[in-house]
Design a protein around this ligand. Structure first.
Ligand code: GTP
Ligand code: MG
Length: 149
């Protein structure tokens, strides 16, 4: 089943939005495969954001992501990568639709609360970067027949 790496950034954790964000993914029907609270370090973030290293905002992004613990999650289910991005909303919260996480809870691109993988390949890469194999649980949901035809 498809997986997305969804991360609640330090502002989302400090602002008490962890439960709200988890709840949205749960209610949609997605299944949690892994989760932990973690203080990221520079090496891990540099690898996670390796495609953005040359961007002018990269140092600010690193400072933001190092400013406190993040909640790391791996969510599983039908089209979770694309649907997860829709649920998060546009990168810039001023362009995020109301009803999305960023559109409902944030105002600034440098404080946009959450991360979601941007392709199925990055969903796999990022899940394997942030979690060891033993941390990703392959259980079957008791609700699966109520969520999938
Ligand atoms: P993620 O799900 O967090 O990866 O966001 P994204 O895929 O929508 O955007 P992208 O990967 O291009 O950028 C990663 C993160 O860098 C964004 O979520 C923002 O937190 C930050 N970022 C992107 N563009 C800017 C910018 O112009 N200024 C600042 N300060 N931060 C930015
Ligand atoms: Mg991205």
């Amino acid at each position: 089943m498809e997986r997305s790496y969804i991360m609640i950034k330090p502002d989302g954790v400090q602002r008490g939005l962890v439960g709200e964000i988890i709840s949205r993914f749960e209610k949609r029907g997605y299944k949690l495969a892994a989760m932990k609270l973690k203080q990221a370090d520079e090496d891990l973030l540099k690898e996670h954001y390796r495609d953005l290293a040359s961007k002018p905002f990269f140092p600010k992004l690193m400072g933001y992501m190092l400013s406190g613990p993040v909640v790391c999650m791996c969510w599983e289910g039908k089209d979770v990568v694309a649907q997860g991005r829709k649920m998060l909303g546009a990168t810039n919260p001023l362009e995020s639709a109301p009803g999305t996480i960023r559109g409902d809870f944030s105002l600034d691109v440098g404080r946009n609360i959450c991360h979601g993988s941007d392709s199925v390949d990055s969903g796999k890469r990022e899940s394997e970067l942030w979690f060891s194999p033993a941390e990703i649980v392959d259980n079957e949901s008791a609700l699966k027949d109520w969520i999938y035809e």
